[in-house]
Design a protein around this ligand. Structure first.
Ligand code: 26M
Length: 797
């Protein structure tokens, strides 16, 4: 990057304000200043971006494209400044102008084009790809509305549109009209014989969508490498405006990139969603093939220069779409096209939940993408032909792409690629031995694990500046560029002075969160209490309800004995429920009413507080995670593919209270059993219940009076204003046999919570464990995760 001084930044910043807003700095709003600074950053990185692109083109470097229907970057200003190495310089320059950088940070809107873990992971990878110097680009959709904004009204979740995009666009993006491509949907396709006997598709009555890309630079950490996230928007080109004569017609088209589907782990077979998927895949692949074609190399070898990653099955149509382009546009033979396509494609699975497995009705598929439907049919036929007689017919029936009139997107992704990975060791094992075991029999060589990681710079240097300063003092600044140096902290775990320093940092972060809660909800929180946090999407398998049951138990204990002293606790929840997920919404209502009950009960003497944080998102996470003492990771063993907030909390010195699920297991391996609190059934115990069909929640309920009293609190009027919700929950736990085993895990959970309460009384012992967690968190950097993808799956390094 160009050499910058404070003076130059001041001069450039003022110039931007003058040019763009015709205003002096003194009169500018935070909004205007933010935009001016963001534009300045774009300008500063441009030479690096152009150079890196030129380098890739000139050296014909193999490039990976990460296709994802979701990206969840949150705010970008601080990361960009940090990665450019000008954070402090800019902060000082602004201070000279009487401007607080934090006011500009506050002015930026969260970019929330994702639901949760999967989208946030994609964004962590976007940060890490340029950081390791890899040619890796994102490909997604520029939704006009991101994940809904959550309001809590009378304890209920209300969803409002997230109008994140200003009318003149997002400052970080650059519209590239010259790079637009056309995407065809609907209509009829006929295969017409050519003179040479080849069949060529002829289209009739298609709708043509104009896909326009917007590029967002992705800046590597301190290395002058700049990559790109390309998000596609839809437009109606003048050329095709006759196809869309009415306003209603036009609106239907604009709808395609209008809103992110807010379902996480459940899917709805909506046609608009299928169009979104194809739109993004087709626009992305057409562009990629065009740029490969410019190299003048044979199409049959495209896999030597291009890798396409399918992030969950949502972009699975990349397989038939690449086949379509190679066969229809470049005249490749089926076998040749197939050989290269399967080498190009790779796929990550993010969940074992069967309700999340993406399937589409063949009729809908055929209507919307008729040519793709034909190709999928051929992929299916070839697959059956290949395996017929070689394996049991039943295996073929279970693994083929088209089954009972449905297209199975996971099957398509696995058959059409060379790599399938899970996102944590246990998750990959489960794919191999259970969920995808038939595929493992056919293609054992395709399976591999890539445990998730996180963008650690964001979750330490940006989110937790006080801890970062303390680390600098204790172990030097090297950890800022090499997180593995956090292990240097191992030498100080038992030093009481340093333990105390970390305790003070934590308390200061807790105060910041408490101030926020006071400001937004008017609740006073004692920061000497344990801050116990569960923030993630609301889902039955994540078991927020188990956490609630423990809170009810504590409440009952305190009501039974008004003189009882417990280690004070504040329980924090942050969670959005999918708008159609009734049960999840009932849990939100219960949490809010329970919070209301507890927070206003003076007889509890401030020993117990419950806070539901409205509209949990990336920015809020940056406030919450550094303030946590306890990280709740309590999913039913085997259900949470990995989890990534668990890694963020660990990095910030929280103690993990967890089941042996997802990456929790790897956290345990990293810190040792004494520095994490594990409870409940493991995956084998859960699977034994499945195999034996012997789980009986009613029996547990009948034989455990303490537990019975907690469960009955949902219906006996203990929690006000939750009549229907309470019965719904009671039914799920008792009448419907407690699908996620809350009752079986309850006693152990309560016991381990009691252990945590004891442990917290010994501040030094607690801090030693917290520091042990920080010291061993380096292994969860997404820089390393993505390097493994780059080397082992994509072959781009
Ligand atoms: C599908 C169809 C229609 C609408 C929405 C969907 C859909 C969207 C998101 C389905 C699943 C979605 O996300 C799954 C997910 O986020 N999985 C999480 O991935 C993380 C990153 O790998 C893991 O850490 C989490 O454990 C896993 O739950």
């Amino acid at each position: 990057m160009i050499h910058l001084t404070k003076e130059k930044i001041i001069e450039d910043f003022k110039m931007r304000l003058h040019e763009d807003f015709m205003i002096q700095n003194a009169e500018a709003t935070a909004d205007e200043r933010f935009i001016a600074l963001a534009k300045l950053i774009k300008c500063y990185v441009m030479p690096d971006w152009l150079r890196h692109r030129d380098e890739i083109v000139k050296e014909q470097k193999k490039t990976a494209y990460y296709f994802s229907i979701e990206f969840l970057p949150g705010k970008m200003l601080q990361t960009n400044l940090l990665n450019l190495g000008i954070y402090d310089l800019v902060q000082e320059a602004l201070a000279d102008l009487d401007v607080d950088l934090m006011d500009l940070v506050a002015a930026e809107r969260d970019m929330a084009l994702g639901n949760g873990g999967l989208g946030r992971l994609a964004s962590c990878f976007m940060d890490s790809l340029p950081t390791i110097g890899a040619p890796g680009f994102g490909n997604g959709i520029r939704y006009k509305y991101g994940l809904f904004k959550q309001k809590i009204v009378n304890g209920y979740q209300v969803e409002l549109p997230d109008a994140w995009l200003p009318s003149d666009g997002n400052v970080w993006e650059t519209k590239k009209p010259h790079a637009a491509v056309d995407v065809k949907i609907y209509g009829n396709v006929y295969l017409v014989p050519q003179e040479n006997g080849d069949l060529k598709p002829v289209y009739e009555n298609v709708k043509t969508l104009h896909a326009v890309p917007y590029d967002i630079t992705q800046i590597g950490f301190n290395n002058n490498v700049v990559n790109n996230l390309r998000l596609w928007d839809v437009e109606i080109p003048e050329k095709y405006e006759l196809d869309y004569p009415t306003l209603a017609d036009r609106r239907r088209i604009e709808d395609i990139t209008s809103v992110l589907y807010p379902d996480d782990a459940t899917r709805e077979g909506k046609s608009l969603r299928l169009i979104q998927e194809y739109f993004m895949v087709s626009a992305g692949l057409q562009t990629i093939v065009k740029s490969y074609a410019k190299m003048g190399l044979p199409m049959a070898q495209i896999h030597e220069k291009v890798a396409v990653h399918i992030n969950d099955t949502h972009p699975a149509m990349a397989v038939p779409e690449l086949m379509r382009i190679l066969i229809d546009d470049y005249n490749l033979e089926w076998e040749v096209a197939w050989a290269t396509t399967t080498q190009v494609m790779s796929y990550t699975n993010h969940t074992v939940l069967s309700e999340a497995l993406e399937k589409w009705d063949a009729d809908l598929f055929k209507e919307i993408v008729p040519r793709i439907y034909q190709i999928v049919g051929e992929i299916d036929r070839q697959f059956v032909k290949t395996w017929a007689g070689k394996v049991e017919a039943a295996i073929i029936d279970r693994t083929r792409v088209i089954q009972n009139g449905q297209i199975h997107m996971a099957n398509l992704s696995i058959i059409g690629g060379h790599s399938v990975n899970g996102v944590a060791k246990l998750h990959t094992e489960l794919l191999i031995e259970d969920v995808l075991k038939d595929f493992y029999l056919l293609y054992p060589e395709k399976f591999n694990n890539k445990t998730n990681g996180i963008a650690q710079r964001r979750w330490s240097q940006i989110a937790n500046p006080d801890m970062s300063a303390l680390l600098d003092k204790q172990i030097g600044k090297g950890w800022r560029s090499n997180v593995h140096e956090l292990s240097k902290l191992e030498a100080f775990l038992d030093d009481p002075t340093i333990q105390h320093d970390f305790y003070q940092v934590k308390q200061a972060n807790k105060q910041r969160l408490a101030d926020y809660v006071k400001k937004t909800q008017g609740i006073d929180l004692p920061i000497h209490a344990i801050f116990d946090v569960q923030v993630k999407r609301l889902h039955a398998y994540k078991r927020q309800l188990l956490n609630v049951m423990h809170i009810i138990k504590l409440y009952q204990d305190l009501k039974d004995d008004p003189t009882l002293d417990i280690t004070p606790r504040v329980f924090f929840f942050g969670a959005k429920a999918a708008p159609g997920y009734h049960f999840a919404k009932s849990v939100i209502k219960i949490i809010n009413e329970l919070a209301n009950l507890i927070n206003h009960d003076e007889s509890l003497r401030n020993q117990l507080k419950v806070v539901f944080l409205e509209n949990y998102n990336v920015s809020l996470a940056e406030l919450i995670v550094p303030a946590a003492d306890v990280s709740e990771q309590i999913s039913t063993a085997g259900k949470e593919a990995s989890g990534t907030s668990n890694m963020k909390f660990m990095l910030n010195g929280a103690i993990t209270l967890a089941t042996l699920d997802g990456a929790n297991i790897e956290i345990k391996d990293a810190v040792g059993e004494d520095n994490i609190v594990i409870f409940g059934m493991d995956k084998d115990a859960v699977y034994d219940h499945y195999a034996r069909h012997d789980y009986n929640s009613r029996q547990i309920y009948d034989n455990n009076p303490r537990l019975k009293r907690v469960v009955d609190a949902f219906t006996d009027g203990t929690i006000p204003n939750t009549h229907y919700e309470g019965y719904e929950i009671w039914d799920a736990l008792i009448s419907y046999n407690d699908e996620y085993f809350l009752l079986e895990d309850f006693d152990d959970y309560v016991a381990k919570q009691a252990y945590i309460s004891e442990l917290y009384k010994d501040k030094n012992a607690w801090q030693a464990k917290a520091m042990k967690n920080i010291a061993n968190s380096g292994r969860f950097t997404s820089d390393d995760t993505i390097e493994l993808y780059a080397r082992e799956i994509w072959g781009i390094l």
